[in-house]
Design a binder for this molecule. Structure first.
Ligand SMILES: NC(=O)c1ccc[n+]([C@@H]2O[C@H](COP(=O)([O-])OP(=O)(O)OC[C@H]3O[C@@H](n4cnc5c(N)ncnc54)[C@H](OP(=O)(O)O)[C@@H]3O)[C@@H](O)[C@H]2O)c1
Length: 258
């Protein structure tokens, strides 16, 4: 078995009347998360840096009859994040679910790593996640309800040669997740992280095939994950079924790290 069916296993009204923001949703895991959240009834706001690609993703979801709003926003810029959340509230009057998914890699062995590449990865993956999280806290506290789901990575748990910046940022997301969970637990807000393993997207397509085969040796289930595997875990964490789960990091990795 190496393909997950795209069939949604959740009820179509599971998140009806909820508004979700998904960052980095023009393709890959973010697009699959946006699709799943639509399928379970949420209104979804999606963002990415490229107006064209995020609009295309929104149009394809709207064609299926879903309520989607596309915003071009670079989460590494505080002003863009403020606009993203302000526009979400203007459009839907609330923000119930935030999925911090946007992320980049600039891989290089630490000895040769350029300062600007380190800064870009930390600014997008970690600081961007913090900007988005901080921006939704006030509205979520007012609502006495909220779900924040941060996409980390197994690389943040185990490290990986050539990925010092990415590993540091993804490990930082886990610390941010736990701290935020402790700060807002009494306000009806849960904060969790997902650590995907190897998921087939544009990001992993860059990895040479020979190296991909080596990775497979470390995966007990013996196949790579799909964006839908991560999207389903997001749906679960956003649902009432996960109301007593906070501060956790859920691995979606076929058993790669244990
Ligand atoms: N694929 C994997 O195996 C894997 C494993 C573990 C964790 N993850 C994590 O899962 C997340 C999604 O990964 P993916 O594989 O789907 O990556 P991807 O295919 O490269 O997609 C990344 C998405 O993020 C957007 N993005 C990048 N920088 C942004 C920024 N500054 N502001 C707003 N949007 C931005 C991109 O759109 P634009 O280029 O238009 O901005 C795109 O929509 C990332 O956080 C990644 O680290 C992936």
């Amino acid at each position: 078995m190496d393909e997950k069916t795209d069939r949604c296993v959740f009820n179509a009204d599971m998140l009806s009347r909820k508004t979700a923001v998904v960052t980095g949703a023009s393709r890959g895991i973010g697009a699959a998360i946006a699709h799943r959240l639509c399928e379970v009834g949420a209104n979804v706001v999606i963002c990415s840096r490229s107006t064209e690609s995020v609009s295309q993703t929104a149009t394809s979801l709207e064609t299926k009859g879903y309520t989607v709003h596309a915003i071009a926003a670079d989460i590494s810029k505080k002003e863009d994040v403020d606009t993203l959340i302000d526009e979400t509230i203007n459009q839907f009057s609330q923000v119930d679910i935030l999925v911090n998914n946007a992320g980049i890699t600039r891989d290089m062995l630490l000895m040769r790593l350029k300062d600007e590449d380190w800064d870009a990865v930390l600014q997008t993956n970690l600081t961007g996640t913090m900007y988005c999280t901080r921006a939704v806290l006030r509205p979520m506290i007012r609502q006495k309800n909220g779900r924040i789901i941060n996409i980390s990575s197994v690389i943040g748990l185990m490290g990986n040669p050539g990925q010092a910046s990415y590993a540091a940022a993804k490990a930082g997301i886990i610390g941010l997740t736990k701290t935020t969970a402790k700060e807002v637990g009494t306000r009806g807000i849960t904060v969790n992280a997902i650590a995907p393993g190897f998921i087939t997207t544009d990001m992993t397509a860059k990895i040479p095939e020979e190296f991909q085969n080596k990775i497979l040796d470390f995966i007990p289930l013996q196949y790579f994950g799909t964006p839908e595997d991560v999207a389903d875990t997001v749906c679960f964490l956003a649902s009432d079924a996960a109301r007593y789960i906070t501060g956790q990091t859920i691995q979606v990795d076929g058993g790669m790290v244990m």
